[in-house]
Design a protein around this ligand. Structure first.
Ligand SMILES: Cc1cc2nc3c(=O)[nH]c(=O)nc-3n(C[C@H](O)[C@H](O)[C@H](O)COP(=O)(O)OP(=O)(O)OC[C@H]3O[C@@H](n4cnc5c(N)ncnc54)[C@H](O)[C@@H]3O)c2cc1C
Length: 410
């Protein structure tokens, strides 16, 4: 049994703490705030079994041009943001080349394929079943050509990775989900994905489970991390904690901490926003509006509309253009009322150029473990890569663990 510090109590850190604890280790989980209040709080809440392939950077000129000119609502950018991230974005572009992307997807698909199974025992033990729907999620198309192209691609994903779907005509889907106000051209229903009606609450309930099993949940600043003898030390509000191992699971804040230890992590920061809206007719399952770059799904707080990516600096001011545009555009399909009164949330997807999370021991420091960079699917993958991290810390090796290890990647 080892003493282990986990820094960061988002979905990734909390899941890591549970996985290490399940292996008999003594774990302290440190966050500067309550668990699940940052990126893991405001996402679209989908446990994405369908996401066998990570989002590559589009390489066709038409799509890139619509992003550059601001016609696409999927991605917005600022010159300062793009300039700051230029080396990471260039590497992302190279890694998105079809052959390399296919190679990365072979690893990624192994993670998403087991994501719901890895969440299932935690949901049960945490008593959080009331937060979970197992109805899948849908992609909605207004153009028949785009729908047919994506149905062909879905069939390829079914063949290559066993991801299941239904292709449904717009009229049929509207009969199934009367929340739709008109017929779309078509709908792709990914049947194996799950959705959560309060992502932050799910993380919180996992954290409570960790504490109920004897784990220590502490408030403190990860910036106090220092080497201490053969191990590591962090100062928390209650005490100074020392441990043999420390796991950095600070999501988009991880590179800042690690820079002090000499690691330059090339992260792409993809900011997103959400807003909650009143509706009398919530959709049956979350809807990805393929034409307008937003996801709409019913949450405890109202109909949550979550946006795509804004490539801006970490300190850029709030800019609700994507949210406003997406809400206006999807109102042709869904009845959307007034905005729920709430503080404006934004979060940053912590993306790495090769689209895979970093999971494993740091190349130059004994007992320092990396566990971040889950990009678009950290809410999905926390328990899965948490289990892989815990196995690696116990000295177990596997092909997938080697593919995610930091040693050959930074
Ligand atoms: C709009 C949007 C929609 C998304 N939709 C989905 C989705 O449907 N499905 C999906 O799987 N993923 C989705 N994602 C991605 C997902 O939210 C992230 O990948 C995931 O939340 C990352 O989790 P994390 O634990 O790594 O980071 P976080 O949840 O950000 O956790 C990091 C923790 O570190 C703590 N911390 C930071 N600095 C310090 C410090 N100095 N000291 C102490 N603690 C510190 C923070 O307080 C925080 O609790 C979406 C993201 C966005 C932005």
């Amino acid at each position: 049994m080892a003493e282990i510090l986990v820094l960061g109590a988002g979905m990734v850190g909390v899941s890591t703490a549970l996985a290490l604890q399940a292996r008999g280790h003594s774990v302290s989980l440190v966050d500067r705030g309550a668990p699940g209040r940052e990126t893991s709080f405001g996402n679209a809440g989908i446990i994405q079994a369908e996401a066998a392939e990570p989002y590559g950077l589009p390489r066709d000129l038409g799509t890139l041009w619509s992003m550059v000119t601001g016609r696409s609502n999927d991605v917005t950018w600022s010159m300062r943001g793009v300039t700051q991230m230029a080396p990471a974005l260039w590497s992302y572009f190279l890694q998105s080349a079809p052959r390399r992307h296919a190679e990365i997807s072979r690893t990624y698909a192994q993670l998403t394929a087991r994501a719901t199974a890895d969440h299932a025992p935690l949901i049960e033990a945490a008593g959080a079943d009331n937060l979970i729907a197992r109805e899948g999620m849908v992609q909605l198309y207004r153009s028949a050509a785009a729908f047919e192209a994506d149905v062909a691609d879905a069939e390829r994903l079914a063949r290559d990775y066993g991801v299941r779907h239904r292709a449904v005509s717009g009229a049929d889907y509207r009969r199934e989900d009367p929340a739709l106000q008109r017929d779309p051209a078509g709908v792709l229903h990914w049947t194996d994905s799950w959705s959560c009606s309060a992502p932050g609450c799910l993380v919180h309930s996992y954290a409570k489970l960790f504490a109920s099993r004897g784990g220590r949940l502490l408030e403190g600043d990860a910036a106090s991390l220092a080497q201490s003898g053969a191990g590591w030390r962090v100062t928390t509000a209650a005490e100074r904690v020392t441990a043999e191992h420390v796991v950095v699971a600070l999501g988009p804040w991880s590179p800042t901490l690690l820079r002090r230890l000499g690691y330059r992590i090339p992260m792409i920061y993809k900011r997103g926003y959400h807003g909650h809206f009143e509706t009398k007719r919530p959709p049956l399952r979350p809807i990805v509006d393929m034409d307008n770059g937003v996801v709409a799904g019913q949450m405890q707080a109202g109909l949550r509309i979550a946006t795509g990516a804004a490539l801006v600096t970490r300190k850029a001011p709030v800019d609700l253009r994507q949210l406003d545009r997406g809400r206006a555009a999807i109102s042709d399909m869904l009845e959307i009322g007034g905005r729920v009164d709430e503080p404006q949330w934004s979060g940053t997807r912590p993306c790495l150029p090769d689209m895979l999370p970093l999971v494993g021991e740091a190349p130059r420091h004994k007992g320092l473990w990396f566990h971040f960079g889950h990009g678009h699917q950290g809410f999905t993958l926390g328990p899965t890569t948490g289990a892989l991290l815990a196995a690696a810390l116990d000295g177990e090796t596997s092909e997938i663990a080697r593919a995610l290890a930091p040693a050959h990647r930074i």
